[in-house]
Design a protein around this ligand. Structure first.
Ligand SMILES: Nc1ncnc2c1ncn2[C@@H]1O[C@H](COP(=O)(O)OP(=O)(O)OP(=O)(O)O)[C@@H](O)[C@H]1O
Length: 295
């Protein structure tokens, strides 16, 4: 639904986004992942129309005015100090040219969606970080955009705020296409269909999370045995490096680790049977470390 082609941007002669191209599928959540300074905010700001690209194309299928179809949550949402949550949303509605009756209806709806209905007459400035973030989401979805852009929606939140935000994003994912930036990979794993790895302004890997987990999976082999003592016995005479966790043996095969054949041969030479041998699905963190090392 969104196509980004060859997007580039420089600041003071330094190119910070370098020929980035990707497509978003409708009703998917895509995580833009990368270390600090990789260019995530710059890319989101260009898609949101807040920054002009030096080169490249941004097209949203069937849209004439991109801004009407896009909702944006900045990294640090700020609201006018004197306004209540309801007034913040009403102001946003007026600014984006919505009809008064529509603004009234949608304000109630989105306050309900983000769980702030009981707080609608409280001053937004007194809100906690998590509540501000949820109000930020409310203003981003007020005009029912087809694409929701979220810049680090969970990074600044405490664990309870993060949980609330992740649950809210899961709910929004059902009805909108989401592109969000993050460097908190555990959280991203919960709500991500597609992944874009950005490093130093370059997209170094992209694809579906499931597909990537499979592709990077064969690096770690898990062997399950009946009892921790058997796992210790397995480790004691293993001709390769292993790690023991209870009745589980973990073998990392990257960087010159053992071949699968050698692992199976060694396992079958022991005086007890293993219950299960499996390849561990790679975590996003593991994939990210591999991609970062390779690039
Ligand atoms: N307005 C600007 N003027 C000059 N340099 C900028 C400007 N905005 C961003 N940069 C630089 O561009 C690079 C990319 O910044 P950007 O904020 O897009 O990265 P990011 O991946 O979002 O990082 P973070 O995770 O820290 O938010 C950084 O080196 C940053 O210092």
């Amino acid at each position: 639904m969104l196509t980004v082609q060859n997007l580039s941007k420089s600041f003071q002669g330094r190119e910070v986004v370098k020929g980035v191209s990707f497509r978003l599928k409708p009703y998917t959540a895509t995580a833009l992942i990368g270390p600090n300074g990789a260019g995530k905010t710059t890319i989101l700001s260009m898609i949101a129309g807040l920054l002009k690209p030096d080169r490249g194309e941004i097209a949203l299928q069937g849209a004439r005015d991109l801004r009407r179809e896009i909702g944006f949550l900045p990294q640090y949402p700020k609201f006018f100090e004197a306004l209540t949550a309801k007034e913040v949303l009403e102001l946003c509605g007026h600014i984006s040219g919505m009809q008064a009756s529509e603004i009234r209806k949608r304000t109630q709806e989105v306050l309900d969606i983000v769980g702030l209905k009981d707080m609608m007459n409280a001053k937004a400035d007194n809100f906690s970080g998590g509540m501000k973030q949820r109000l930020g989401i409310a203003q981003a979805i007020l005009h029912q955009p087809r694409l929701l852009l979220l810049d680090e929606p969970v990074s600044a939140l405490d664990p309870a705020g993060r949980r609330e935000m992740l649950d809210l994003l899961k709910q929004l994912q059902q009805e909108t296409t989401i592109l969000y930036s993050t460097h908190i990979l555990n959280d991203a794993e919960e709500i991500t269909d597609e992944v874009l790895f950005l490093q130093d302004g370059v997209l170094v890997e992209q694809g579906s999370l499931e597909e990537m987990k499979r592709r990077y999976a064969d690096d770690i082999v898990l062997i399950h045995v009946e009892a921790p003592e058997q796992a210790e016995a397995f480790a004691a005479s293993a001709p390769f490096a292993v790690q023991v966790e209870g009745a589980k043996i973990i073998i990392k095969r990257e960087d010159g680790g053992p071949a699968m054949r050698d692992i199976l041969q060694y396992a079958s030479s022991l005086p007890f049977e293993v219950s299960k041998i499996e390849k561990q699905a790679a975590s996003l963190e593991h994939i990210f470390m591999k991609v970062a090392k390779r690039s």
